[in-house]
Design a protein around this ligand. Sequence first.
Ligand code: RTP
Ligand code: MG
Length: 139
Amino acid sequence: MATNRTFTMLKPDAIENGHMGKIIDMIIEAGFDIKAMKYTRLTEEQAKKFYEVHAERPFYGELVEYMTSGPIVAAILEKDNAVADFRTLIGATNPAEAAEGTIRQKYAESIGRNAVHGSDSDENAEIEGNFHFSANEIF
Ligand code: RTP
Ligand code: MG
């Protein structure tokens, strides 16, 4: 059963490059409601845990270093078919392969520094949202 929520992070490169406002605007314009949002910085422990599934991949160390290199914006978003529609909005992991008009095509620097995260399943959306927000921070 598809839920109607997903979880996102605007990654350190997006903040560093001044794209925070434009990306949030694209998300709202695409019909997502913001249920929770915070400006924060991941600790090494949080980044390692968040990307645990990639622990054996060669880019894991670099990924953790990058995700802790500066502040991020974390958010829970709501819309029908949220997980799939959000991944369509952000585009392919590698911005060189991302469709025209997607967030990564417009704002990502590279496959590693790719501006935005989107949950890949309803189950992970729930887990990731709860990882960053407590019940009284979700509206
Ligand atoms: P995300 O989880 O951040 O939304 O990205 P994704 O599903 O599109 O891609 P995934 O395979 O889950 O990879 C997670 C993040 O790891 C970094 N990555 N670097 N250097 C590389 O080859 C490489 N491959 C992946 C990216 O930051 C990617 O978003
Ligand atoms: Mg992923």
